[in-house]
Design a protein around this ligand. Sequence first.
Ligand SMILES: [Zn+2]
Length: 304
Amino acid sequence: MKTYYRIRITRSFKSIFIFLACAFGLNSNAQQSHLDTLISVKKLVYIEGIIPASATHGYESKAILWQSAIADAKHYYEAKYSNIDVKAKLAVIDSAKWTFDVPYGYTFANEGWIVLPADVDFNAFVRIYGASAFKDELLSEAKTKGIKPDEILESFFAFVCVHELGHLIIAQMMKDGFSDILFNELAANVVAYEYFKNNKPDLLRGYNLFYNAVINNYNPHFKTLNELYENYGKMSVANYVWYHSNLMKLVEEIYNYKEVDFLTCLKKVSMESKDKNLKIRDVAVLLDNDYKGLITTWLSKNNW
Ligand SMILES: [Zn+2]
């Protein structure tokens, strides 16, 4: 592990959260040009495709794998809904000379770019996402299920690729959608989950194991939705990952409720609602006309 890498990871938790908070709608031109500069300075290898990719030399195979996951999911959603034509580009960047204003290891969608880290091995993965304290439990659970450690992060990043594409799809479909950060994280997760369940369910195994391990083993300092909003940018990364992992249980329920198509329902309520600044609970109330109380019940059951 490069020293520089470690410095960047511990540098500023605040910027992590601000970034995560903005991941859905980062529009700053300064950040965009910074990303373009970083990509050109690093002399990445260009890989053609439906999703053009730029990758650090040595990580082309990862880029090709993620490229095809994104292209496949794009194809699935373009076939499912009319008027979707998401233009996405993938950047798979190593940690050396990382100058973008977010610690290395975080993934994001920004102005059509989906940015993923190149050199994250299993140990770095566990450290970045706060699973160090229960690494042994994670590994023993993986062994029980016949899942190799590398499959956990491969599955995680495959999910994350499509999650980031999900943000771009939602932004295109909803044009004037809800701004709430947590709601958008939920929605992007639903998009990714549906794609994998319907097309490549085996690829979900590792991520499923990971988020259940987080739920079962991580002891969160902050637990409620109000605490999340109040402490955004202040709580630990691990605590944030715990919120995201719990959200996955709601994602499973939404997916399993087959009477409603999530994005169609979301589009309908977002067109009907004048207030685009509604928080997740209020959006849930609107969705629940069709979901028959499923989402609001889940949120209150979890004190969210
Ligand atoms: Zn996201």
